[in-house]
Design a protein around this ligand. Sequence first.
Ligand SMILES: NC(=O)c1ccc[n+]([C@@H]2O[C@H](COP(=O)([O-])OP(=O)(O)OC[C@H]3O[C@@H](n4cnc5c(N)ncnc54)[C@H](O)[C@@H]3O)[C@@H](O)[C@H]2O)c1
Ligand SMILES: [Zn+2]
Ligand SMILES: [Zn+2]
Length: 342
Amino acid sequence: MKAAYVVDKEKVEIRDIPVPEIKDDEVLIEVRTVGVCGSDLHLFKGTHPFRKPPAILGHEVAGDIVKVGNNVKNLKIGDRVTVEPHIGCGECEFCKQDLVNLCTAKVAPGTTGWNGTFAEYFNAPEKYVHKIADGVSYEIATLIEPLAVAVHAVDRITVKEKDTLAILGSGTVGLLTLVAAREMGYKNIICTDTQEFNLEMAKKQGAVLTLNPLKDDVVKEIRDFTNGRGVDVALIVADAKNIVDQASSIVRKRGEVGMVSMITEQIPVYPYNFVFNELTLFGAMTYETKDFVKATEIVNSGVDLSDFVTQVLPLEKSQEALSILSEKKENVVKVIVTTNTK
Ligand SMILES: NC(=O)c1ccc[n+]([C@@H]2O[C@H](COP(=O)([O-])OP(=O)(O)OC[C@H]3O[C@@H](n4cnc5c(N)ncnc54)[C@H](O)[C@@H]3O)[C@@H](O)[C@H]2O)c1
Ligand SMILES: [Zn+2]
Ligand SMILES: [Zn+2]
């Protein structure tokens, strides 16, 4: 089968490799669509903490089951599916609480022993495979994985009021966080982004207020919108240096700030905001299976996410697909790569 490898810095090569063998608890999926994600860009640019070339890209996928292992019970050949792309060790204290996202020995696609999804076939254990509804296209089903990130972030909130939520950053994950929060009952969702295109998308998906930090005084506008009180929760989904201070300045007393962004450098923080207003800061790392199930339900219910698929390219053009997301010269939310198209 064909598979797209990152072989060197910003160099992708299509290689011919054997179709993966499946274990008794696994299924083999004929891949239709894969999503390009920010973490693929880290592998592409050589900045990923543990994925190093040569490695097959990708962890977002949708396709059809073409083979099932002997112990597979609830899936059959022909099922249209997506995959929750991690495998827990099953033994550690986190796996025992169904927190695969925090497993200290979890395996992810594109690491040892498990191919990435940028290939014609992909194997996965039954317990991490989720069925997609007939009416949902493969392209849209590919968004279930990043939507699960969003569902998890919203689910980590412990503030009871679902009145006001600010999402700082409306890229792929930020926009899907808006969708998740809306579907999970949040009433007034405010979105920020430095790109007008992304703010337009946020408006279309129901944001009550959109702000561009390059033009607007975000803190003042949000304070005014909430009559001085501040929002119940702010979720950080952009990587700017001032983003934690901005979040802690717009949240009401006893509110929460959630960190979804993977900021891997020191940034300045004014801690007193957290003390004076008794704020809580929490992190959100990928998803638990229950979040993936919820994200699948949201997509299967038919919400319209079609605007989010901004580019579609064949597997052979994986290099170009990565460059589009990397360079962002054109408006882009999610780039999809297709294979085995009929
Ligand atoms: N926690 C997790 O499990 C998880 C999973 C996936 C992605 N992430 C992280 O989430 C972040 C967002 O990912 P993404 O795929 O949506 O990236 P993205 O590049 O699509 O989105 C980031 C958005 O932030 C906007 N932005 C830049 N500066 C801003 C500012 N000052 N204020 C508001 N918006 C600003 C950009 O215009 C862009 O639209 C990244 O850090 C990524 O690594 C985390
Ligand atoms: Zn992803
Ligand atoms: Zn574990």
